[in-house]
Design a binder for this molecule. Structure first.
Ligand code: GRG
Length: 295
C-alpha cells in the first residue's frame, strides 16, 4: 500500500466521521434516545469501505466534494442500518459489532428496529439534498433504492436466511452475495461516479465490472476471515457461519481455493479499470485493501 493511499484513506475516514455526524439528527433533539442510538450505530466504527469507494470513484469523475460526501454518507447509513437489523435476534442474533455491544443489546430490540428504519430514511434525505441537478439526484436516489431493496441487499438477505442448512451450489452462493453485499458496494462506486462528469456506457460498464469483482472478493475474504480470525480482531463474533450451518466459500471451495479466488477477483478488478488509466489508482488500491484486509 503506497503512503499516498494510506494518507488519503486516513483523511477520508476522519472527514467521514465529521460528515456523518453533521448528517445525523443531534442527540439533543427529541426523541433523544433514538437519535443517540442512531449515532451509536453509525459513528466511531467500521472500515468505511463504501465511503472510500464513493470518494475514489468521485475523484475519477471530478465530482464536487459535497455531493460525494452526501452519496458516501447515504450508503454508509444504509450499510449501518443493515448491520443493526442483521444483528437482531430475528436474523443473525449477534451481541458484538464493530467491537461494541450490538444496538439491540446496548438499547433494546424496538429501538434497534427503529434505528434501522430511521437510518434508511435519513440516507435518502441526505442524498436528496445534494447540490446537483434534479435529474442526476433522481437517478442517484433510484440507484440507491434499487441496491437496498428486494432486488438488492434485502433480497440477498432473504436468500441468505432461507439458505441456512441448505447445500448451495457455487452459482447460488454467488448470486446471494451479489445481492446481499455486492449491490451496495456497486452503488457506492456508481454514486460517487454519478455525482461527477456524465458517464458514457463504456464508463458504466467498466465501473460495474470493477464493482462486481470487488463485491464478490469482499465476501470471499469475509468468509475466510470468519473461519480464521478471532472475534477481538474482527470486532464481531468469529466462526459464526460454521456455527450457524451457513454455506460459505470456505465450506464449498476450501481455504486455499478461496484465497486463490480472492486473488483472481482482485486482478479482475484491476483489469476492469484499464480504460481509466492512472486516474483509477485509488480504486485499484481499494481492491487490494478489500482482498488483503485482516478485519
Ligand atoms: C438486514 C436488510 C438487511 C440486510 C443485511 C449486509 C447484510 C445484509 C448483513 C451483514 C451481515 C454480514 C456480516 C455480511 C457479510 C459482509 C458484510 C456486509 C460485512 C460487514 O461489512 P464491513 O466489513 O463492516 O464493511 P464495517 O463494520 O467495517 O463497516
Amino acid at each position: 500500500m503506497s503512503s499516498d493511499f494510506a494518507a488519503w484513506r486516513a483523511t477520508v475516514q476522519v472527514d467521514m466521521e465529521g460528515m456523518l455526524l453533521s448528517f445525523l439528527p443531534p442527540v439533543t433533539q427529541p426523541p433523544q434516545r433514538l437519535h443517540e442510538a442512531m449515532q451509536y450505530a453509525v459513528l466511531d466504527g467500521g472500515k468505511r469501505v463504501r465511503p472510500l469507494l464513493a470518494f475514489a470513484a468521485g475523484e475519477l469523475f471530478d465530482a464536487p466534494r459535497d455531493a460525494v460526501a452526501r452519496a458516501a454518507a447515504a450508503v454508509e447509513m444504509i450499510h449501518a442500518y443493515s448491520l443493526v437489523h442483521d444483528d437482531m435476534p430475528c436474523m443473525d442474533d449477534d451481541d458484538l459489532r464493530r467491537g461494541k455491544p450490538t444496538v439491540h443489546k446496548q438499547y433494546d430490540e424496538a429501538t434497534a428496529l427503529l434505528v434501522g428504519d430511521a437510518l434508511q430514511a435519513q440516507a435518502f434525505e441526505v442524498l436528496a439534498n445534494a447540490t446537483l441537478d434534479a435529474e442526476r439526484r433522481i437517478a442517484m436516489l433510484a440507484t440507491l433504492a434499487r441496491a437496498s431493496g428486494s432486488l438488492g441487499m434485502c433480497g440477498g438477505q432473504a436468500i441468505d436466511l432461507a439458505s441456512v442448512r441448505l447445500v448451495l451450489s457455487l452459482a447460488e452462493l454467488e448470486q446471494m452475495h451479489r445481492l446481499k453485499t455486492g449491490a451496495l458496494l456497486e452503488a457506492s462506486v456508481m454514486l460517487g461516479a454519478m455525482a461527477g462528469k456524465t458517464l458514457t456506457t463504456a464508463d458504466t460498464e467498466a465501473l460495474r465490472a470493477y464493482a462486481a469483482a470487488i463485491g464478490l472478493a469482499f465476501q470471499v475474504v469475509d468468509d475466510i476471515l470468519d473461519a480464521t480470525a478471532d472475534s477481538a480482531t474482527l470486532g464481531k463474533t468469529a466462526g459464526k457461519d460454521a456455527a450457524d450451518n451457513k454455506p460459505t466459500y470456505v465450506s464449498i471451495l476450501g481455504h486455499q481455493e478461496s484465497l486463490d479466488l480472492a486473488e483472481k477477483l482482485r486482478q479482475d478488478a484491476h483489469s476492469a479499470l484499464k480504460p481509466f488509466g492512472d486516474g483509477a489508482q485509488r480504486l485499484k488500491s481499494l481492491a487490494d485493501l478489500i482482498v488483503h484486509r485482516k478485519t
